[in-house]
Write a protein that binds this ligand. Structure first.
Ligand code: MTE
Ligand code: MO
Length: 546
């Protein structure tokens, strides 16, 4: 509004004062009368720095309160790492080693400082360029959190607070610093006002940033903190997005990925171990060349791999639902075993949970298969493992039932032999080997359900880890087998949805399914109980057409 006044009405005296103010700290002496009031250069630079500092501090504080990983400062840092050329990242790692993170944050602070000075200098006349830059920072923050796999809407609060506070600070200080601005209501000298407000903003930013840091890290090793760290880390291998048409939830199959809260749970734990990630360590010992002890930080320093895996319990009866699929995030277990060096003769890795109450025995040769994809998992669907699914670390071996492979809360891996030691369920009569058997299940029509007579949609799931499914067939009553339509394949280690249509006249019917694996081997019709190593047989559903 001040600018809106016709410049020509300003007395040369006033204009002279603007000029003097604009150049007072630059030691430039000139008689040129500047037509537009400008904030002096140094003042403008410090306003830019204060506004950006206030923005980042406000964002950091809000993030610390609601969702530490949504801090714009961290978002910028992670963005910088993601965008940095590989040679620079390697250079930083080899030059600074473990100090690469602080060095990175420091470097980033310098770049931000320069940018903030630029913002200030661009806003000498009007605050708009700075306002735009801060809005841009907020939008970048939005993009950074929105692209994170574990995005929740509260993550938008921190970047919004950052942009909002930054803009308010910039406009307020700009108004105070602009030469010739009207006197403040308090009657206080404008310069004193500017200095006071600047000091307040500076201290406020320091306090808010520090408080945000404290709050965000208050529960070191907590699930929240681990989730935040996982979201901040670049994954070396990302699970491809689930393709459209990989599941038919609209027909009644499960969604392709199981929500963490819906993931089936099986364990013998009366109390879930509550060890934090900070307290966690894994000992790898026994028949190894060198014993290893890994901390949680050691794990996170390794390449993080995200893999879509279907997990199944050996106790899954034909047609049952102890089966779920998730994007596990973890590190390569095979590489860790190779680093420890497996001694000749060892055929079992005995894994133990942190409470010492449960063990699983996994064949060494399966764990060492290069394509098996065995993981020490730290995350599920973009979050830290839920407590009931093994927080902070569990084992995952695609293609093996959970009881021989998927130790939750794992803290000990002993390389040994099956002759020497027997795992928990082995001692109770279950089988030594637990490869997942090829199976299929009908989800619709529901057992004992009724559906209109005529064309009836049949749909469900089939699995044959690790090679995958090549064919699913359904049969109505004693009719011929007809080939079902397979959903888009995600991988051999996951379930495959299918659907078919059958003609059902009014009355009671039985529909049956069978699956064939990628090698052309059809699942056996022979019924076997779950004990000792998994059920077999075709799944049938009785329904009535009305
Ligand atoms: N510590 C521990 N880990 C365990 C078990 C257990 O009882 N204790 N059960 C196993 C079994 S039988 C299965 S099927 C899977 C189930 O994992 P989930 O509960 O995450 O689905 O975990 C495995 N890991
Ligand atoms: Mo299981």
């Amino acid at each position: 509004m001040w600018r809106a006044q016709p410049i020509v009405t300003a007395s040369s005296d006033t204009a002279g004062r603007w000029r003097a103010a604009a150049e007072e700290d630059e030691g430039v002496s000139t008689t040129t009368v500047h037509p537009t009031p400008l904030v002096p250069r140094r003042t403008a630079a410090s306003i830019g720095v204060l506004a950006v500092a206030a923005a980042l501090a406000a964002g950091h504080l809000v993030a610390g309160l609601v969702s530490p990983a949504s801090s714009p400062f961290l978002a910028v840092g992670n963005g910088a790492i993601a965008l940095a050329p590989q040679w620079l990242v390697e250079f930083a790692k080899s030059t600074f080693g473990v100090a690469d993170k602080p060095v990175l944050l420091g470097g980033m602070a310098l770049v931000l400082l320069a940018a903030a000075v630029g913002v200030g200098l661009a806003s000498r006349e009007r605050p708009q360029p700075g306002t735009r830059a801060l809005t841009g920072l907020g939008l970048l923050g939005f993009a950074a959190v929105a692209l994170s796999p574990a995005f929740t809407p509260v993550d938008l609060l921190a970047p919004a607070a950052a942009a909002g506070v930054g803009i308010v600070v910039l406009r307020r200080l700009h108004a105070l610093a602009l030469p010739g601005a009207p006197r403040t209501g308090s009657g206080m000298d404008r310069r004193t006002m500017l200095t006071g407000t600047s000091a307040l903003v500076g201290f406020g930013a320091l306090a808010a940033g520090g408080l945000g840091q404290l709050l965000g890290g208050r529960l070191t090793g907590s699930r929240e903190e681990v989730t935040a760290r996982l979201r901040g880390l670049a994954l070396a291998e990302r699970a491809p997005a689930v393709p459209a048409g990989a599941a038919f939830p609209e027909l009644g199959t499960p969604t392709f990925l199981t929500a963490n809260a819906d993931f089936y749970r099986i364990d013998t734990a009366l109390r879930i171990p509550t060890q934090t990630a900070a307290d966690w360590s894994l000992r790898i010992h026994g028949m190894v060349d060198r014993e290893l002890v890994l901390t949680f930080d050691d794990l996170l320093a390794r390449p993080l791999l995200e893999r879509t895996v279907t997990m199944i319990c050996v106790s899954n009866e034909v047609g049952d639902d102890y089966i779920s699929t998730t994007n596990f995030i973890g590190v390569d277990l095979r590489e860790i075993l190779l680093e420890a060096g497996i001694a000749p003769g060892a055929d079992q890795v005995l894994s133990t949970s942190s409470d010492g109450l449960w063990t699983a025995g996994t064949p060494v040769d399966v764990l060492l298969e290069p394509d098996r994809g065995a993981l020490l998992a730290v995350g599920m669907n973009g979050e830290a493992l839920p407590p009931e699914h093994g927080f902070p670390v569990r084992m995952v071996v695609p293609g093996l039932y959970g009881y021989v492979s998927a130790t939750k809360w794992v803290t000990d891996l002993e390389v040994t032999t099956f002759d020497r030691e027997q795992a928990y369920w082995l001692q109770r009569g279950w089988g030594r080997f637990g490869p997942v058997k090829t199976q299929s299940r009908i989800d619709v029509p529901r057992a004992a359900g009724s559906t209109p007579a005529g064309r009836v949609t049949v749909a469900g799931i089939a699995w044959s880890q690790p090679i995958g499914i090549s064919r699913v067939e359904v049969r109505l009553d004693d009719g011929p087998w007809t080939t079902a339509e397979l959903a888009t394949e995600v991988g051999g280690d996951t379930w495959r949805m299918w659907r078919a249509e059958v003609d059902a006249a009014a009355g009671s019917h039985v529909v049956t399914v069978r699956a064939t694996d990628a090698n052309g081997v059809t699942q056996t019709e022979e019924r076997a109980p779950v004990i000792p190593d998994g059920a077999t047989g075709y799944h049938s559903v009785v329904f009535s057409a009305v």
